[in-house]
Design a protein around this ligand. Structure first.
Ligand code: RAM
Length: 519
């Protein structure tokens, strides 16, 4: 399912006053300097040899040096290069591959032919004419490993990488973190990797992934904002992102599914039904964390507009139409019928819309939204719930995502949810969830159904399996039983530090406080 939306002559509608407020809330970036902790000649795990600390190995044509920073960082880098042998009589020609996990280095980027641009792969070929010298790279990278492959030098000299210096950035302030640990060591590791994921994605905006797409997506923002509220509490960053979405929109007032901030803020010509509906959700959740009358006045009406637009896509039968379902994301799982999900997410968002309308003192509108919500829930129950079998059926299909969203929308009672979730494993066989984003919502459905042990067990099972597979930060897509899965047609393009996977931070902190102890 390629997600490529192109609108000819698309001109976002910008509101300079809102964008100025977004800019005023922009965070300062914290900088830190890092150097490799270990170095390998050849690929680790593929015949490479760990070099004793402090060794400077002269490299010749065909050699690969792998530098390991020991953790995931986002930043720019500089290589200090010297030579051994005669005066260099030819440039050094290098291939530099930056990788978030080791597995990326085992893939051949040239074999990737998927639908997301290969230009995201962190793979450079550079000439260095002046040696000894410094090679400062213009791009920002997200990585732990750098593989320096010598494509050529000359028979007269060898190249030495004296140093790699990384200038890493984040807008997350480690001093703001609650001083807690999770008493279960395995879950504590999950919690810390979750924090690291969020931290690396916190730049001038909440990026979805610092390797790819490096931009603000609404679905990701929702989960980052929840985890941020439970950890770094950079509420200005949430405010900034909400103002950005409000400040650059579709000409008809819809918020885009994602936006660019460089060189100027600009809505992307992509709209998603479910992502648009998360705008009021994020705003309401932000206001629950921090009273902000100005943001309510500026953005509340925009948030309600999203709901009215979505309500316009409900057919005469009381079910969301084809435009809504065709533009609903939910998960990268390919074969899923999304009608019940789209309807449920609308119901879910209407609850937040009512709260916003009440905050805005629009009692009449709040009442209308409540009535619409009740009507849509009634139709959803009639259309998608099979009471005899206690199953959710969407488009003739039983899938776990539909059950999850029907539960989150409150269409099923917690008791019905509990009984229906007994079938979760079986439903997964119809198509496993592909993203930590969907797994997050699955866990919140388990919590609503009172299945706390199962919810905790699933956090442990799913997120720990990424750590066992080599994660320092959590990934965009992961099916433990199918480690090579990619929504894009090749694992090398996947993002291995992806915002929407950081939610164990929120889940453990908010739903399992009894597992936290002060440090
Ligand atoms: C991808 C990104 C992003 C997600 C969208 C739907 O391009 O990974 O995180 O929100 O898809």
């Amino acid at each position: 399912m390629a997600l490529i939306h192109i609108i000819e002559k698309f001109q976002p509608r910008n509101d300079e006053a809102l964008l100025a407020k977004a800019e005023a809330a922009a965070p300062a970036l914290h900088h830190s300097t890092h150097h490799p902790k270990t170095a390998w000649l050849g690929l680790p795990g593929r015949g490479g040899r760990l070099l004793p600390a402090g060794t400077l190995t002269p490299l010749e044509k065909g050699d690969t040096l792998v530098l390991d920073l020991g953790d995931h960082y986002v930043g720019t880098c500089r290589l200090t290069l010297t030579t051994r042998g005669s005066h260099p009589d030819a440039p050094a020609w290098l291939r530099l591959r930056f990788a978030e996990i080791l597995d990326e280095l085992y893939e051949a980027p040239e074999d990737y032919h998927g639908w997301v641009s290969s230009s995201w792969i962190q793979d450079e070929r550079v000439h260095v004419d002046l040696l000894p010298g410094e090679l400062a790279l213009p791009r920002r990278y997200a990585f732990r490993y750098l593989a320096v492959e010598v494509l050529d030098t000359s028979p007269k000299y060898k190249l030495v990488v004296d140093e790699l210096t990384v200038d890493a950035t984040t807008s997350a302030d480690d001093d703001a973190l609650p001083q807690v640990r999770v008493t279960d060591p395995e879950l504590d590791r999950v919690y810390r990797v979750g924090l690291r994921t969020l931290r690396s994605c916190m730049q001038r905006e909440f990026e979805d992934g610092p390797k790819r797409d490096r931009r603000l997506w609404i679905g990701d923002l929702r989960l980052q904002a929840l985890s941020n509220a439970a950890s770094y509490r950079n509420m200005d960053l949430v405010r900034r992102c909400l103002y950005l979405f409000g400040g650059t929109r579709f000409p008809d007032g819809r918020v885009s599914a994602c936006l660019f901030t460089q060189p100027e803020p600009a809505a992307d010509d992509t709209w998603l039904f479910d992502y648009g509906l998360f705008y009021p959700v994020i705003l309401e959740e932000y206001l629950r964390e921090r009273p902000d009358p100005e943001a309510l006045a500026d953005l509340g009406p925009i948030a309600l507009e999203q709901l009215h637009y979505a309500l316009g896509l409900v057919g005469a039968d009381g079910v969301v139409n084809e435009t809504a379902t065709a533009n609903t994301f939910v998960d990268w799982q390919e074969t899923m019928d999304k009608t019940a999900c789209a309807q449920s997410i609308l119901i879910y968002a209407l609850g937040y819309g009512e709260a916003l309308a009440n905050r805005l003192r629009r009692a009449l509108e709040a009442g209308e939204l409540a009535a619409q919500r009740a009507a849509l829930a009634k139709t959803a129950r009639a259309r998608f719930w099979d009471p005899a079998r206690e199953r959710v059926v969407s488009g003739g299909q039983e899938n776990l995502a539909s059950l999850v969203w029907m539960i989150l929308a409150g269409v099923l009672t917690p008791q019905e949810a509990d009984r229906a979730l007994a079938q979760a494993d079986e439903l997964s066989k119809n198509g496993p969830m592909m993203t930590p984003y969907m797994h997050h919502y699955y866990i919140t459905a388990l919590l609503i159904a009172g299945r706390r042990e199962q919810a905790l067990g699933h956090i442990r099972y799913y997120w720990s399996s990424m750590i066992r597979a080599g994660a320092d930060t959590f990934w965009e897509a992961w099916i433990p039983e199918h480690p090579d899965a990619s929504p894009y047609g090749g694992r090398v393009i996947n993002s291995y530090c992806h915002a929407w996977s950081c939610t164990p931070v929120y889940l453990l902190h908010t739903h399992f406080p009894e597992l936290l102890a002060s440090i």
